[in-house]
Ligand binder design. Sequence first.
Ligand code: ATP
Ligand code: MG
Length: 583
Amino acid sequence: MALPPIRKSAAERAAANMPDYDEALKTLGWGELRKLLDHLPHGALNIAYEAVDRHVAHDRGAHEALRWFGKDGTRRSYTYAELKVETDRFARLLGDMGHGRGVRVFSLLGRVPELYIAAIGTLKAGGVFCPLYSAFGPEPVRARMAIGKAEVLIASPRDYAKKVAPDRAQLPSLRDVLLVGEGGEPCEGVVDLTQALARTPADFTTIATRPEDMALLHFTSGTTGKPKGAVHVHEAVVAHHATGRIALDLHEDDVFWCTADPGWVTGTSYGIIAPLTNGVTMVVDEAEFDAGRWYAMLEREQVTVWYTAPTAIRLLMKAGAELAHARDLSRLRFMASVGEPLNAEAVQWSHKVFGRPFHDNWWQTETGGIMIANFASMDVMPGSMGKPLPGVEAAIVDTSGKHLRVIDRAMESGELALRPGWPSMFRAYLDEDERYDRAFRDGWYLSGDIAARDADGYYWFVGRADDLIKSSGHLIGPFEVESALVEHPAVAEAAVIGIPDERAGEIVKAFVTLHTGYEPDDALRKQIMGHARAKLGAAIAPRQIEFRDTLPRTRSGKIMRRLLKARELGLPEGDTSTLEGSP
Ligand code: ATP
Ligand code: MG
């Protein structure tokens, strides 16, 4: 059922920021990749230095670093030199307020320039930055700030007043609140950031942090349960930089747009750090998804590299190819996707509409950076996540026995495992040592995802271990069923779960949303079922299909199958703090 590969021309391969894959495996290890960065004296390494100061030191201060667009159409631009000034000020301000190395700075800001300045400024000061989604409600915010022992919070006056101020007494570690923007009552323990920065000299020398010093705290998406606080260190920048270059194909003259919010790890690793260390111009849009606005942005800003997620790609597909055809997108050179499985259908669609495919890649909050990717220098297999990065040792393992067994046979599925030791590996789940230890076995990190590897070394996602369905002796991965469903012209999105059944153990049930113009009636249901049976066979095809207007998803855009299942079975819903649209 696999679609034919999308081949790369010799010119595309030659232009890529990575040699051919087999060559890269021989020549690029972490030792080599580490040399792509400057290093501060005495073994010091600071993400912020690599992201901003280095370019100023190397005469690229005048290059545009950040091009920001507000919801209301405002535009602001910062060169690397200007970003250095602003982040120096921010770091100095933290120091003037009495905060030093290790200070925990939380952000509840939307995608405004101050978020980016605070992130880099905090790292300069040797602090730990923890971005939260600005749309989180009071309880998820409080819980995460309590787990992370937040000392400084940056927020809009409105969010602070609504979500934090009423229960501030419950956050004894919180010392300072910096507010960005208009409105809100002046009150004790809060400072206006813009005014404070204006008073602060841009006089700061980036702290010589050590590679193992904690730099970032990132909560997972909460797709499978309670979000975990993953700890990342300054050493991670080696991976951010190298993967930005070789998996996202960043070159210095690129205009790069990562659509993710920094409240999700993609928006930090690839929405702040990797583009800056690679010295590109990064586009930031404060607004939420809107197909028309996005295409206009790609055309007007002449975006060359674009990194987004399947949820957005599906919405673009739903909005229709005409919107894309009306624009001149000829500058767009490389497009990549992460966060959820990317259906072969979507890869083919993008190839047709944009003249180039989306390149799927796989990683997690825990891995800190891209681990498996379709590279610019490599043929794309639609529906595959690609191949492991040079330096990354991946395997498919069988976890059922006393010891792990590495599976060598092509296309036999098992848990996707990584050999620990890559630079951006998480160093802890904050205050959950036992949970951290459980993620490692017999010298491997276990991802919790099920996948298979084909004879050519491409990895194929099957499903999350928690989402696998056991039906009449078959082990069914939701992704395969969902991919077959979305190939039906009426189906926009699909989510598949197993529901208990006396005879089969579990049967497959699908929740489906439709493209505009289709009626959710019995005739269509039968048609879709017939299509799925023809594609998948009766054993795997869904027995039940339910039409929905929308599917529940996390704020990072992932379908929450566990919630569909809990609701279906009348079970407790579990942690829904990251559910989109929740208060
Ligand atoms: P939680 O761990 O809290 O349940 P989460 O796993 O969704 O949430 P993230 O770290 O944001 O949190 O997401 C990583 C997961 O997203 C991966 O483990 C995988 O299940 C899924 N994922 C990411 N990229 C891909 C991809 N290219 N193909 C398939 N799945 C992907
Ligand atoms: Mg996870």
